[in-house]
Design a protein. Structure first.
Lengths: 160, 439
């Protein structure tokens, strides 16, 4: 099956911002996320023949990008996906400290889906494909995450 | 209009707009892979992983199969018997009804024994493989008073009890479960499910079987294999492990499972429910003595004048106010439904700074060092309390250093530097004596 460099370039140009924003919480900064996106697309370009067309091209590149982002944190140590997500946080917490603190507390799966929806700008269907869960589970998980965030913000958004 | 519109707007406002794509750089990297030190390290590790791990796994698997596999030259009697019983237990209907249990990051600790039990989210699913209907109801042990979240997906539309993006969404059951539904029975029937071991899950003796979800699957990211733990007593599956590249990618605990006849199952449309929103605030924080703490909150608790190496450094009080709002959509409205006011106290052990934990978004400062902090009130005020009130003698914990419990009618939140100290503090709670002093 494979894909072409032209298709990858088109995807890159159209979705660069979504990839950069989506990876930033995993990488710790937008600058490192930028590097991870570059590396991910470079790998996709090298391995374009391995794309089998069983899902979308974007989903395939996202999976590569996640691996690159998680690899960036390894530094010789084994880092599993759940741990990487557990550490994921807003790269610039000063923009909204309350929300950054609330997001840090979300369970890894909820956190990932919030990041994919709002930072990577992925649709429910795209998140479902990427996480290999159903759209219904995406919707339910997002609703649960919003509820949890709202309650944490209510609990901590207090005034002296 | 969304139930959580302000929250979603805040999330979306955090997206970075300063994007500068550079395709030429991607092409350069593709042509010269591994030119950085980090990339080189990764490359070496990947090479070793590619070379060594499969070799070791193959060697171990060959050894194990050679030594113990009874099906090496055909299907064993034991395997056939397990498969037959499992097929009868699961039934043959086209509608799957299953209740799944997914553990959360929170857990309950029995203070007397120290025994821990994870809290869970529950999902009840009806899936009609012929009509392509899926009805999912999810609830949380941690939020018992909230309505369950429901979503019904069909080829012609989607209905949910909460706000979702405009549909329709194609019904698409969790792939691990779909793989199980599609592959389990056929694997049992055609003899491609193999016993891989035995064990115990929650006190049940189980037999593990493994089967290919997609025979011949070679996609590097797909789950091609599932392992299922079958209860030896009921022959029903208790747990599904989804394997990707030889590793467990996800696990599903099955609380109950059955198949139903065609046309049956609960595929009723969920009712749209209002959601609740909360607003909490506290008044000025005032320093008080331990004796005054008992006066403002009769029955107030402490852990003595010190715990571990931490001395009681401050006691304070504040008025806590929580307003509850009912939010409806289409059209959007938000109405205050209740308001509660409580006196809360805080006891701080340790000399770290700042001395009080009541959070101030203006400074975003939390106590910076090792400490134990207690916050208490006579009612579960939202400003410090968890959604769930655990039974007496049980502490709810987030598996970090935060715990919530009720003792002598007082609702107590404990923040400690680590979980060991948290448990120690929870066990040491006792009423503040009248001789505790005034200064």
């Amino acid at each position: 099956m494979g894909t072409s460099a032209k298709e990858l370039e088109l995807l890159y140009r159209n979705r660069f911002g979504a990839f950069r924003n989506g990876l930033a919480p995993l990488c710790g900064s937008f600058e490192r996320a930028h590097d991870a996106v570059q590396e991910a697309f470079a790998r996709a370009l090298r391995e374009q023949d391995r794309f089998r067309g069983e899902g979308s091209l974007e989903g395939w590149v996202w999976r590569i990008a996640f691996r690159v982002a998680v690899d960036e944190h390894r530094d010789g140590h084994e880092v599993v996906w759940e741990e990487a997500l557990d550490r994921a946080a807003l790269p610039r917490p000063e923009r909204d400290r309350e929300l950054a603190a609330a997001l840090r507390r979300l369970a890894p799966r909820r956190k990932l889906i919030v990041f994919l929806r709002h930072f990577a700008d992925l649709s429910y269907a795209e998140i479902a494909e990427l996480c290999e869960i159903s759209e219904g589970t995406v919707a339910a998980t997002l609703a649960r995450a919003y509820e949890e965030l709202a309650k944490v913000l209510a609990r901590e958004g207090v005034e002296r | 209009m969304s139930d959580h519109k302000p929250l979603i707007e805040r999330l979306d406002a955090l997206v970075d707009r300063d994007n500068q794509p550079d395709w030429e750089d991607v092409v350069r990297r593709a042509e010269a892979p591994g030119k950085t030190a980090r990339a080189a390290r990764r490359s070496r590790r990947s090479y070793l992983a590619r070379r060594l791990v499969p070799a070791l796994v193959l060697a171990a698997a060959a050894l194990a199969i050679g030594l113990i596999a009874p099906w090496g030259h055909g299907r064993s009697f034991t395997e056939s018997a397990v498969a037959e019983r499992a097929l009868v237990a699961i039934g043959s209907g086209p509608v799957l009804h299953v209740v799944l249990r997914r553990e959360t990051d929170s857990s309950y600790i029995d203070l007397a024994s120290g025994r821990e039990r994870p809290a869970a989210d529950m999902e009840e699913i009806w899936y009609d493989s012929e009509r392509h209907f899926e009805h999912l109801k999810s609830s949380s042990e941690l939020i018992p008073d909230s309505e369950s979240h429901e979503i019904l997906q069909t080829p012609t539309g989607t209905w949910a009890s909460y706000n979702i993006d405009p549909g329709p969404h194609a019904p698409d059951i969790d792939p691990a479960l779909r793989g199980f539904f599609d592959g389990y029975r056929s694997a049992l029937e055609n003899g491609t499910a193999h016993i891989t071991g035995s064990g115990t899950i929650d006190g049940h003796n189980v037999t593990w079987i493994e089967f290919a979800v997609k025979p011949g699957c070679i996609h590097p990211y797909q789950a091609c294999t599932e392992r299922v733990a079958i209860d030896e007593a009921s022959s029903l599956p208790l747990e599904i492990e989804w394997l990707r590249e030889g590793k467990v990618a996800s696990t599903i605990d099955i609380a109950s499972i059955e198949t139903l006849p065609a046309g049956s199952g609960d595929f009723s449309k969920p009712k749209r429910l209002p959601s609740r929103s909360y607003q909490s605030e506290h008044g000025p924080v005032t320093s008080i003595t331990p004796s005054e703490a008992v006066e403002v909150l009769p029955g107030a608790l402490w852990v003595g004048k010190s715990i571990s190496t931490f001395q009681l450094s401050s006691v304070s009080r504040a008025t806590l106010t929580t307003r509850t709002f009912l939010v409806t959509t289409q059209p959007f409205s938000m109405h205050e439904s209740s308001m509660s006011t409580e006196i809360g106290i805080e006891l701080h052990y340790g000399n770290d700074s700042p001395a009080v934990l009541w959070w101030d978004p203006a400074t975003d400062e939390f106590p910076s060092g090792s400490n134990v902090v207690l916050q208490e009130a006579a009612k579960p005020d939202m400003s410090f309390w968890h959604d769930k009130t655990p039974p007496v003698g049980i502490m709810l914990t987030d598996n970090g250093g935060d715990g919530w419990l009720v003792k002598n009618g007082i609702y107590v939140y404990i923040h400690a530097s680590n979980q060991k100290l948290l448990l120690k503090a929870a066990r040491a709670l006792e009423p503040i004596p009248s001789s505790a002093g005034t200064g």
